[in-house]
Design a protein around this ligand. Structure first.
Ligand SMILES: [Fe+2]
Ligand SMILES: [Fe+2]
Length: 257
């Protein structure tokens, strides 16, 4: 077998290693990683893989390579063993994930160093979107590594598409309402400010999409998020936001998105 070529078997094996990695994080006594969080992350990964495949096919890129990067892009997302806080440090997962992905590609899949290098670079460079970039500048006074190759841009596009929907917007707003969370002070717990800044984060993230195929996939999701925002003008509390959010999702045909 050609060790330079990524096969469907490699994708299945990588997906299994990803699940094992997440389960191992959850199995540590006192771990903040629970079953629900693992499932959410696996579902996100599967959607990003499908988007990556669609972008690769639409844009004439190497689909198997891009799909493998998608499967492994958040491999370090639930990593809490290397953090001093013992909590999940999502801000560094692109960097930790690059070295974890490199090891998996070499040791578990038996691919060449050049395949491992490509995957590691894609993983390392997938997090560079405006609101994460701003966080890095404010907190670490550092830049995030940016995509350079078509495949690196395509992986970031696939990941961003999954964020750009009503659920992604809801997650940002809820996150910003939790005292002690990284974004809380930005909004001071004011729900309308949280909605407005989440919407800005959305629009900024959509602007980084590079490929026409990615923009086309994102368009109906963005339209739904905009329709949701239009219903939120009189929301005055986190509870009211929650009601509006669940009501909107019930009416929305999420299978389209
Ligand atoms: Fe990520
Ligand atoms: Fe992701």
């Amino acid at each position: 077998m050609d060790r330079r070529v990524v096969t469907p078997d490699d994708l299945r094996r990588a997906r299994a290693v990803l699940a094992e990695t997440y389960e191992a994080e959850g199995a540590i006594p006192g771990s903040p990683v629970n079953h629900e969080l693992i499932q959410l992350n696996l579902q996100h990964t599967d959607r990003v893989q499908r988007a990556a495949q669609a972008i690769a096919e639409g844009e004439g890129l190497d689909a198997a390579l891009l799909e493998l990067a998608a499967v492994l892009h958040d491999v370090a997302k639930l990593d809490h063993r290397d953090t001093t806080s013992g909590g999940i440090d999502t801000w560094h997962h692109h960097h930790r994930g690059a070295s974890a992905a490199r090891k998996i590609v070499l040791a578990d899949l038996g691919k060449t160093g050049s395949v491992a290098d490509s995957i590691a670079a894609m993983v390392e460079r997938h997090s560079d979107i405006p609101f994460i970039r701003r966080y890095w500048q404010n907190v670490y006074a550092a830049l995030l590594p940016s995509p350079r190759t078509p495949e690196e841009f395509a992986l970031r596009d696939a990941d961003v598409i999954d964020m750009l929907w009503v659920g992604g917007l809801g997650k940002i707003v809820f996150f910003r309402q939790i005292p002690g969370s990284d974004f809380y002070s930005e909004d001071g717990g004011d729900i309308q400010k949280a909605i407005a800044s989440a919407r800005t984060s959305f629009i900024e993230a959509a602007e980084v999409l590079v490929f026409p195929t990615a923009r086309a996939l994102a368009a109906p999701r963005m339209a739904a998020a905009e329709a949701f925002c239009a219903e939120l003008t009189s929301v005055a509390s986190r509870d009211e936001f929650g009601e509006a959010y669940h009501g909107f999702l019930k009416r929305l045909d999420a299978s389209r998105l």
